[in-house]
Write a protein that binds this ligand. Structure first.
Ligand SMILES: [Zn+2]
Length: 330
């Protein structure tokens, strides 16, 4: 870490000091330096991991995106971190998750973030689906998130394909709907089982640096390791002279949507320890999302059942099975 800090200082000198950002109560915050307006007719595809085009970012500019939520308590924790650092990001919400946690959806919007969508139920089969089924998932996801947000104008025409499993049919459909399809420039493997917060930060930074010191970073707000990594990541980005940019849709942004009182399960605690560890808790959550079509708050007995299932799955995995069920989740 000492070496990294030393390198950081050099880089900070080489690239000049970060622009002063106004963030009340936190002079060390990285803040958000600017927005880029994305019009689907001008920029239909974003992300060099899969497409030829990405956002027109300058040197040392990063856009942070979060997929798969909302899910308490991690989404709330991440929103707290973003607010404390005056960082605005882009979310890609899953319809069924939004239906279950509408208060979180509204909190995301009212915190100044942009909300795109990520299908109704996150099937990892987009590249095998007929166009009618693609339409159901895309349109259903948008409708669910719009309803949860309480105002359709709160949802941007931004879509990310679950698992990034696109093909020509998917891309053609999204273009016909005037939706910008978002891939990414970098991922940080934060959906991998057992990855630590430090590893997420290291991967994110090294991949951003390798991609010409800029990019659209894909993270997930449903994992505890991601929530724990975010404060470190923002600090590291600032130390290296990076700036945060937010992509926004064209047109005027409505000021806010009506708030909903957070239910107990949405407010959540931190960390929500199910039994053995925070990581285990995450796995249980993901198992629930991954294997159940409806994401109702689980009862204690359901928690126990899912825990048992997750434990047996873990047992069945071997250390070198690269393609575990968990790795499919992104
Ligand atoms: Zn996803």
């Amino acid at each position: 870490m000492r070496t990294i800090t030393a390198v950081l200082c050099l880089l900070a000198i080489a690239t000049g000091p970060a622009l002063a950002q106004s963030c009340p109560g936190n002079p060390d915050a990285i803040g958000t330096s600017r927005t880029i307006t994305v019009d689907p007719s001008v920029l239909p595809q974003i992300g060099t991991m899969q497409y030829e085009t990405s956002l027109p970012l300058n040197d040392h500019e990063v856009v942070i995106t979060f997929d798969d939520g909302p899910l308490p308590p991690y989404t709330g924790r991440i929103l707290d971190t973003l607010a404390a650092n005056c960082v605005k990001v882009d979310y890609f919400l899953v319809g069924e998750m939004a239906k279950t946690y509408p208060a979180l959806v509204r909190r995301i919007y009212n915190s100044g973030h942009v909300i795109g969508t990520h299908s109704l139920d996150h099937p990892l089969t987009f590249n095998h689906m007929k166009v009618e089924r693609i339409a159901d998932e895309v349109d259903g996801g948008i409708a669910a998130v719009q309803a949860a947000a309480g105002d359709p104008r709160a949802v941007a025409p931004f879509f990310r394909v679950p698992g990034l499993l696109h093909n020509k049919t998917v891309d053609g459909f999204l273009a016909s709907k005037s939706l910008t399809v978002w891939s990414a420039d970098e991922v940080a493997d934060d959906w991998h089982h057992g990855i630590t917060a430090k590893q997420i930060v290291k991967l994110a930074i090294s991949r951003i640096e390798a991609k010409n010191h800029r990019g659209v970073l894909l993270l997930h707000d449903i994992h505890p390791a991601t929530a724990m990594a975010l404060p470190m990541l923002l600090k590291e980005l600032k130390a290296r002279g990076y700036h945060i940019v937010q992509a926004v849709p064209a047109g005027e942004r409505i000021a806010s949507v009506p708030e909903l009182p957070a239910k107990t399960h949405e407010a959540g605690g931190w960390p929500r320890v199910v039994k053995t560890s925070v990581e285990h808790s995450a796995k249980v959550r993901v198992a629930r999302h991954h294997h159940r079509r409806h994401h109702k708050p689980a009862t204690d007995s359901a928690d126990a059942a899912i825990e048992k299932a997750a434990a047996s799955r873990k047992k069945a995995q071997t250390a070198d099975s690269g393609q575990s069920w968990f790795n499919l989740w992104r």
